[in-house]
Design a protein around this ligand. Structure first.
Ligand code: SF4
Ligand code: SF4
Length: 94
């Protein structure tokens, strides 16, 4: 696996990872109104028409439920392979 890139920071990223499907695997206290059910009945973070997670503050691009965010969000590694892939995809779609 590639090492995280030290040059990458969330400060210059339009919260690309907050457009990913996030399954709520454990109970972390996510307010119910930010969640939905996927086609298989699993609890996921709801995403709005702009593609971003319902819990993202659209102005600051910060998570509004940071302390309660799902496990997957906690484990998403800034500068890791998934992060770099999402940044790349977002750049191409902009
Ligand atoms: S994709 Fe990477 S750099 Fe962008 S907000 Fe997510 S963790 Fe931060
Ligand atoms: S819960 Fe927060 S960190 Fe996770 S996708 Fe939504 S806005 Fe992003």
């Amino acid at each position: 696996m590639n090492a995280p890139s030290p040059a990458v920071t969330c400060d210059d990223c339009a919260a690309a990872c907050c457009k990913l499907e996030v399954v709520c695997l454990t109970e972390t206290g996510v307010p119910r109104h930010f969640t939905a059910r996927d086609a298989w009945g699993a609890v996921v973070m709801e995403r709005l028409d702009d593609g971003w997670c319902a819990a993202l503050d659209r102005d600051s691009l910060l998570c509004r439920i940071y302390e309660q965010r799902p496990l997957l969000c906690r484990e998403f590694e800034m500068g890791g392979p998934d992060c770099l892939a999402e940044r790349e995809a977002a750049w191409h779609n902009s």
